[in-house]
Write a protein that binds this ligand. Structure first.
Ligand code: HEM
Length: 410
């Protein structure tokens, strides 16, 4: 029996997340309906209808379709359904400022252009040795305290958090506080009212950071944004910084931990990667495809009637565009359910597609490649310290993965 990791307050329908077939395979319902066709009308437990797109080509087309909005506040129906306390907080324009993943063009386009100007090849090259530094530091600490650890708290959570500190230009002295606050936000055992308090604390931290960057710019994304567009307000900059943290922390952390778990459970694949570390870039793509940690997919709202594979989706409908089913679509991938670190690179949707395609994907790839390479190189004989069935899974969280991963080595 797996530990109960339910956090019902998130309101995610359990039928969309149950993993009866194993920790690395899609939720049951997704696999079942994906076999029947590329698009489906579901009725959720609360009686509400929802459309689910599972076909690869259909998902790709939907992600590029401007009739499918990322801004759920455009629907009065959606807003009316939000609990009142949450509605005021979520609709507050000061809190929404800069959170461009929830905006449609043209408002989205302005922020995206500004950010693309900061996520340059030069900055990514500059960050690579810092990622190596952060990874080495964390493994040194694990080795000093070893030969066992929880890979999530010792490695997977701190690595991306420290990399985001590099990106935002957080001073060394403030990194511990930043990391503690961001780790609390993604932990399951943080009570919900404390989550709100921690989020407010993090916001205050970001406001302070933005003001400091205005007064004394350094070579980081926030200072770069201020230089590129002095009309950006403090609220917008704080929103952007928060989005980078939210989008880049939990995702990368879960890929590091779940990816390690998957490799440990597939000794043949692990042996191939150990034997030829040059396979790591392909292994990262394959793990992204195979694990598809944004396991529910991405939610969109139809602004008008949309036809998908012969089905007519009415205006003002919720459409869930799956990532995991398209990434296992047999029309697109041979032996889709197999993890094969030597698989030729294919067009997976783990980073989305269209105007919202992941802004941080190059950085994530560097973090994952360096992270897996160094874990395998520095920790010989890395293995699970508990039976695989006891690893607690993040089934009902937006980002799938593991809550902890007890490992041993040496
Ligand atoms: C967007 C996945 C890492 C920043 C997205 C989207 C996906 C995704 C699926 C599209 C969302 C949508 O269409 O609604 C991932 C995965 C990651 C990862 C699987 C790790 C393995 C990162 C990192 C950063 C980042 C490291 C930055 C530090 C963003 C931002 C967006 C985004 C800012 C919104 C882009 C936009 O709306 O234009 N990510 N991401 N992500 N991601 Fe990532």
């Amino acid at each position: 029996q797996r530990p109960n990791t339910n956090r019902p307050s998130l309101g995610i329908p359990p039928e969309l997340t149950a993993r009866e077939s194993g920790p690395f395979d899609p939720p049951e319902l997704i696999s079942r309906v994906a076999g029947r066709g590329p698009v489906h009308r579901l009725t959720l437990a609360d009686g509400e209808p929802m459309w689910l797109i599972t076909g690869h080509d259909e998902a790709r087309a939907a992600l590029a379709d401007p009739r499918l909005s990322s801004d759920r506040f455009r629907s009065e129906r959606v807003v009316a359904k939000l609990p009142e306390r949450f509605r005021d907080r979520a609709a507050d324009p000061r809190r929404r400022a800069g959170n461009f993943v929830t905006l449609d063009p043209p408002a989205h386009t302005r922020y995206r252009k500004l950010l693309t100007g900061q996520f340059t090849v030069r900055r990514m090259r500059q960050l690579a040795p810092r990622v190596e530094g952060v990874v080495t530091e964390r493994i040194d600490a694990m080795v000093a305290a070893g030969p066992t650890a929880d890979l999530v708290t010792a490695f997977a959570l701190p690595v991306p958090s420290l990399v985001i500190c590099e990106l935002l230009g957080v001073d060394d002295a403030d990194r511990h506080e930043f990391q503690e606050r961001s780790a609390k936000l993604v932990r399951l055992d943080t009570p919900l009212d404390e989550v709100a308090r921690v989020a407010d604390g993090l916001r205050a931290f970001m406001v302070d950071l933005v003001r400091r960057k205005r007064a004394e710019p350094t070579d980081d994304v926030l200072s770069g944004l201020i230089g590129a567009d002095p009309s950006l307000t403090d609220d917008e900059l704080v929103g952007i910084a928060n989005l980078l943290l939210v989008a880049g922390h939990e995702t990368t952390a879960n890929m590091l931990a779940l990816g390690t778990f998957a490799l440990l459970e597939r000794p043949d694949q692990l042996a191939r990667l150990r034997a030829d570390p040059a396979l790591v870039d392909g292994a990262v793509e394959e793990l992204l495809r195979h694990l598809s940690i944004i396991h529910l997919g991405v939610l969109r709202l139809t602004l008008e009637e949309v036809g998908v594979a012969g089905e007519v989706i009415p205006p003002d409908s919720d459409v869930l565009i799956s990532v995991i089913a398209p990434n296992r679509d047999p029309r697109r991938f041979d032996r889709p359910d197999e993890l094969d670190v030597t698989r030729p690179r294919g067009p997976h949707l783990a980073f989305g597609h269209g105007v919202h395609q992941c802004l941080g994907q190059q950085l994530a790839r560097v973090e994952l490649a360096v992270g897996f390479t160094e874990l395998l190189r520095r920790l010989p004989d890395l293995r699970l310290a508990v039976p695989a069935e006891q690893v607690p899974l993040r089934c009902d969280m937006i980002v799938y993965g593991v809550h902890s991963l007890p490992v041993a080595w040496g």
